[in-house]
Design a protein around this ligand. Structure first.
Ligand SMILES: *[C@@H]1O[C@H](CO)[C@@H](O)[C@H](O)[C@H]1NC(C)=O
Ligand SMILES: *[C@@H]1O[C@H](CO)[C@@H](O)[C@H](O)[C@H]1NC(C)=O
Ligand SMILES: *[C@@H]1O[C@H](CO)[C@@H](O)[C@H](O)[C@H]1NC(C)=O
Ligand SMILES: *[C@@H]1O[C@H](CO)[C@@H](O)[C@H](O)[C@H]1NC(C)=O
Ligand SMILES: *[C@@H]1O[C@H](CO)[C@@H](O)[C@H](O)[C@H]1NC(C)=O
Ligand SMILES: *[C@@H]1O[C@H](CO)[C@@H](O)[C@H](O)[C@H]1NC(C)=O
Length: 315
């Protein structure tokens, strides 16, 4: 008994270590061959243990996995293909894929994603195909989500809860070739304008564009988002809300009052100036009078002189 039980844990530990190092193990009920692990449809509720470390293709599709553990997934540094479609994954965090930086294909469709953190894919610079379709509770994508996925060619965003996309999200994916956008409740308001213009001017392939339609506003409901660029531009550039009218009214009032004040000031200045002018002209008139007096005085003495000289003589 003591002989049999003492090597037991040691052997277990040893085999676990060997399993980690050599990658010779295979998760229960999965198929492992030639760097490929297939755990499809096993009703797994957790990420399976014992996945060989040299795995390049991992199929976890059609299970009930709720969460991808970054620590254990990150051990698979050669992984290029990860299929997690049809599970119950709720969140993808910034560090979820931090160890699997060689990933080329990632399928997260048919999950229950509610959140994709902004830097979730930031180390996946080799990613070529990303499928996050059919996640109806996924309501938004940050504009930095694809900032570093510089090799991305195929992006599937069908049937999610996305209402809007920031066109800046696509600035860094110059390789992007095909994007699927149908089945989303697109809200074609003025914030969406830049993205619709981007769809027009970029030469992206959008094979399902006939079904990628606006849900709001009612005037544009049912319009394909690839065709609302121009109506939206018209609406957003000429359309005025009540707020805009109030703003315009306020501006008008300001201009009106400024004008009134300016007119009043001008009037006051004019009156003051005229008063000053009148005063100075009165002074001048007084001056003139004084001068006349002086003149007459100068004449008077002259005339007096002259009178003194001539008139008295005449009289
Ligand atoms: C899952 O996504 C990958 C990558 O986009 C894709 O190659 C694969 O075809 C998808 N699976 C199915 C069943 O479409
Ligand atoms: C999916 O996520 C939503 C929102 O978090 C939750 O209400 C719902 O129960 C989830 N569905 C499943 C099948 O887990
Ligand atoms: C993109 O990757 C570079 C290095 O590979 C890193 O410095 C940078 O922070 C990453 N950007 C984002 C948005 O994660
Ligand atoms: C994404 O996955 C869904 C289902 O898993 C599949 O139908 C679709 O073809 C995939 N998209 C791409 C671009 O491979
Ligand atoms: C447009 O709709 C989106 C999504 O609901 C919202 O975040 C944004 O603020 C809206 N923009 C405008 C200008 O109403
Ligand atoms: C659009 O949706 C209809 C009905 O769901 C479908 O029959 C059609 O094939 C779809 N078209 C495209 C281009 O996806």
């Amino acid at each position: 008994m003591s002989l049999a039980s003492s090597p037991g844990p040691g052997w277990l530990l040893f085999s676990f270590g060997m399993g980690l190092v050599s990658g010779s193990k295979c998760p229960n009920n999965c198929e492992c061959q030639a760097q490929e692990v297939i755990c499809t449809g096993l009703e797994l509720t957790e990420y399976p243990p014992d996945i060989p470390l040299d795995t390049r293709r991992l199929f976890l599709d059609d299970n009930c996995i709720t969460f991808l553990p970054a620590m254990t997934l990150g051990l698979l540094s050669d992984l290029v293909y990860l299929d997690c479609q049809n599970n119950l994954i709720q969140e993808v965090m910034d560090y979820t894929f931090i160890g699997v930086f060689k990933l080329i294909y990632l399928n997260l469709s048919y999950n229950n994603l509610t959140l994709i953190s902004p830097y979730s894919f930031s180390v996946l610079s080799n990613l070529v195909q990303l499928n996050i379709s059919n996640n109806p509770h996924l309501l938004s994508l940050n504009k930095y989500t694809f900032a570093n996925t510089s090799s991305l060619r195929y992006l599937d965003l069908r049937n999610t809860g996305l209402q809007t996309l920031d066109h800046a999200a696509f600035h860094n994916i110059l390789t992007l070739h095909t994007v699927y956008l149908s089945g989303n409740p697109w809200k074609c308001n003025c914030s969406f304008l830049d993205f619709t213009i981007f769809l027009i001017v970029s030469d992206l392939d959008h094979p399902d564009d006939a079904n990628a339609t606006c849900v709001e506003p009612t005037e544009l409901a049912g319009w394909p988002i690839t065709q609302v660029g121009n109506p939206l531009r018209y609406m957003c550039i000429t359309h005025l809300d009540r707020q805009d009218y109030i703003f315009l009214l306020l501006i008008g009032f300001c201009i009106f009052s400024a004008g009134t004040v300016a007119a009043w000031l001008t009037g006051v200045c004019a009156v003051l100036y005229q008063n000053a002018l009148r005063k100075s002209s009165e002074d001048e008139a007084e001056d003139e009078h004084g001068q006349r007096v002086e003149v007459s005085r100068t004449i008077f003495p002259h005339s007096a002189d002259s009178g003194h000289d001539g008139f008295p003589q005449l009289i």
